[in-house]
Write a protein that binds this ligand. Structure first.
Ligand code: DAH
Length: 356
């Protein structure tokens, strides 16, 4: 019996040393310790052992079983360790490889200019105002001093929509009938001047950025573009306030060394009117292709609000004055980045936009 026990123990030890997987270890367990396993069989066979030897033999069997159980545990752990090592080996990690980065986008150059302009004027104390892109002829033209058939209407190629059956909301004074009913895509942000002044008494100090539309398309014109309207109406305002505000804006947008100059011009809603140029920063005012070798770039139209416009919205032109200007945002974005084809801004070719 003792020999048998030793032999089984030796066999189990041998078998476990060769076990390479959990399945093989389990097979060994079943073979020796399972219900009909050889060591379990020895324990069951104790009855046949003479009573005097039973305690000694019994202890040998129990020890052998405990020993094999211990070996099985060790074998299981060894198998798990080997598996882990294999996994680690397979999943080799090269910490010197560059990480996976996400591509970061940025705002469109027109949106950047748009936001910058709003921020600059907010700092100067202007409030944000808004108006619809589908506008009444009344506000886009008539109240701004363009009566029907006025030649200045030709300055802006208009997309007319249908004549509406409903008249616009009650304005200060009754307009001519035809103009009252006409709808169009606003050709400039100036109608927001009218809407704001009709809606509140002076003082008014607003900027109104947004989309405008004209039937025009070439390298410096797209049918949709962006403008910001600026309007300041209050007692005692003069050209000096206009000039100062324009200069502060130009310096904040283009940089502190930029110069501004006013040239006489004409708009029906301002009197006097002026076009505003800034010195060209990209060529230091020395003259280049973009500024047509003049050193100056035209950036906006401006003027003192025409007294007729003030009267049109119910203000008293004897009491108050105002200045206004309208800027093309896309043009400012182009000038800032030295782009010479406006259409490039709207094609949304990311290879182009990523450079800005
Ligand atoms: N609305 C004009 C345009 O689109 C620009 C303009 C000129 C706006 C003079 C103004 C202004 O407010 O005072 O051509």
């Amino acid at each position: 019996m003792i020999e048998k026990i030793d032999a089984e123990l030796a066999r189990a030890t041998q078998a476990l040393s060769g076990a390479r997987s959990e399945r093989e270890v389990e097979a060994v367990r079943v073979e020796f310790l399972g219900k009909s396993g050889s060591l379990s069989g020895l324990r069951k066979g104790m009855g046949a052992v003479p009573a005097a030897d039973r305690p000694k033999i019994g202890k040998l069997v129990t020890d052998a079983i405990a020993r094999v159980e211990g070996l099985i545990d060790e074998a299981k752990k060894a198998v798990a360790r080997r598996e882990l090592e294999k996994d680690l080996h397979r999943e080799k990690l090269d910490v010197s490889l560059p990480g996976r980065t996400h591509k970061r986008g940025h705002r469109h150059p027109v949106s950047q200019a748009f936001d910058d302009i709003v921020e600059i004027f907010a700092r100067l104390g202007f409030h944000l105002a808004d108006g619809p892109e589908i506008e009444w002829d009344l506000y886009n033209f008539e109240k701004l001093g363009f009566p029907p058939d006025h030649p200045a209407r030709d300055m802006q190629d208009t997309f007319f929509i249908e004549k509406a059956s409903q008249p616009p909301p009650p304005p200060g004074s009754p307009p001519t009938k035809g103009a009252m009913e006409q709808l169009l895509l606003r050709t400039h942000t100036s109608p927001v001047q009218i809407r704001t002044m009709i809606g509140q008494p002076p003082p008014v100090r607003i900027i109104a950025p947004g989309k405008v539309y004209r039937s025009d398309s070439d390298i410096t014109h797209t049918p949709m573009f962006h403008q910001v309207e600026c309007l300041h109406v209050e007692k005692g305002l003069s050209m000096a306030h206009l000039r100062g505000t324009l200069d502060a804006f130009a310096k904040a947008f283009f940089g502190p060394t930029v110069q501004t100059r006013l040239r006489p011009s004409y708009f029906p809603f301002t009197e006097p009117s002026a076009e505003v140029d800034v010195s060209h920063t990209l060529c230091d005012g020395r003259g280049c292709k973009i500024c047509k070798y003049s050193g100056w770039l035209e950036i906006l139209g401006s003027g003192m609000v025409n007294p007729d416009v003030l009267a049109n919205v119910g203000y008293d032109p004897e009491q108050i004055t105002g200045y206004a200007f309208g800027v093309g945002i896309d043009r400012l974005a182009m000038l800032r980045h030295g782009i010479d084809d406006l259409r490039a801004l709207f094609e949304n070719d990311t290879r182009f936009l990523e450079q800005l």
